[in-house]
Write a new protein. Structure first.
Ligand SMILES: Nc1ncnc2c1ncn2[C@@H]1O[C@H](COP(=O)(O)OP(=O)(O)OP(=O)(O)O)[C@@H](O)[C@H]1O
Ligand SMILES: [Mg+2]
Length: 347
């Protein structure tokens, strides 16, 4: 029996360096419905800088997570991200999509600093209805090794992925569904993970620039341990608490500076490199680091911009009982990316 129509469901699997997260979305009834979420911890250093150092361990964790969630995925979406993935808005002579497919590799050469023999390319025409001589394209290039490694990891976990997506697109999809009003002007989606902060800048809803900053909850924790002599557990507790802590605020001010500068630079770069864009108008935070009490306020003050925590179920329908075993306010920002992945329907 399936609960929602004929139950076309997609499993989104986000293999983070701190937590592996999955979200299941049913597409059967037309409107997407979130039917399950689950997460499991990853041992420190099993994944470093996006690279899986211990595939056996991570594959086991994935298998365990799927089993405990009672899922045998038919259609699974995972993603690649990081500095070996490039998302770029480019323009080229207007042509049909099929024709563009034939020449994209040649076209991409001028935009992608990778060895073109070992790169996977994809694109989307942003103005298919346009009639100018030029058309705008969103180009994605990922080092093939990255995609191959992800596939090998999933195979080891007993999964056949249907789609390998790109992190920034998944975040964008979750954002688009939940914050349709946020699709105006220039906004930054900032996903603060365990090791990496991913900055994704959208202009009128189109991702135009991505940047990765080597800062995450792990650094916050380790700095608290070193500077304050706290245990890892106490530091984690402080970072995952609901209330601001007087001891935490000055620490966040100095650490938030680094994040703030990274976000600001990405915004400034965009402004200098494209004629049309205005400056950043809003910032949305997601990921485990979004929850650090007081961080969004510190960033808002630093950037002099509204900063809010993004919620993947702000508008997305949620089936009964999905968050029964978790505190939804605690975990919601962590599920932005996996929900975005699960919003994809397999072709
Ligand atoms: N309820 C929670 N359970 C576990 N960790 C939490 C919770 N709330 C916040 N955290 C923090 O969130 C962090 C993980 O965040 P997130 O899942 O976004 O990172 P990740 O995707 O694993 O990392 P990265 O994207 O850098 O590879 C943990 O390291 C922890 O500090
Ligand atoms: Mg992450």
């Amino acid at each position: 029996m399936t609960l929602f129509g004929r139950g076309r469901t997609t499993v989104g699997l986000d293999i983070g360096s701190g937590l592996i997260k999955l979200a299941v979305v049913s597409h059967g009834s037309g409107e997407p419905v979130l039917t399950k979420v689950a997460l499991t911890q990853v041992v420190d250093d099993a994944i470093v800088e996006g690279e899986v150092m211990d595939p056996g361990l991570v594959a086991d964790a994935i298998r365990g997570l799927l089993a405990s969630a009672g899922i045998k995925p038919k259609s699974l979406v995972a993603a690649v991200g990081g500095r070996d993935v490039i998302v770029k808005k480019i323009s080229m002579d207007r042509m049909k999509e099929s024709e563009a497919r034939d020449v994209i590799r040649w076209e991409a050469e001028q935009h992608v600093p990778f060895d073109m023999d070992n790169v996977e390319l994809d694109f989307q025409i942003l103005d298919p209805e346009g009639d100018g001589l030029q058309m705008a394209l969103l180009l994605v290039a990922a080092k093939r090794e990255l995609v191959d490694n992800k596939m090998a990891l999933l195979t080891e976990a007993g999964i056949e992925p249907s789609i390998i997506d790109v992190d920034s697109f998944a975040l964008h999809n979750a954002f688009e569904l939940n914050y349709p009003d946020g699709m105006q002007g220039v906004v930054a989606l900032v996903n603060i993970g365990h090791e990496t902060t991913h900055v994704n800048i959208l202009e009128h809803g189109v991702p135009v620039l991505t940047r990765d900053l080597p800062i995450g909850t792990r650094r916050f924790r380790e700095d608290l341990q070193r500077e304050r002599g706290m245990t890892a557990e106490d530091a984690d507790q402080m970072l995952q608490a609901f209330d601001t802590n007087d001891a935490l605020t000055p620490f966040l001010k100095s650490r938030g500076e680094e994040l703030g500068v990274g976000i600001e630079r990405a915004g400034a770069f965009l402004q200098s490199s494209s004629r049309s864009s205005s400056g950043l108008s809003r910032v949305f935070l997601s990921g485990g680091g979004a929850r650090i009490p007081g961080l969004s306020a510190v960033l808002a003050e630093r950037l002099r911009l509204p900063v809010q925590i993004a919620n993947p179920i702000e508008r997305l329908r949620v089936a009964d009982g999905v968050f029964d075993t978790m505190n939804v306010d605690e975990v919601a920002p962590l599920f932005m990316l996996p929900v975005g992945l699960a919003l994809r329907t397999a072709a």
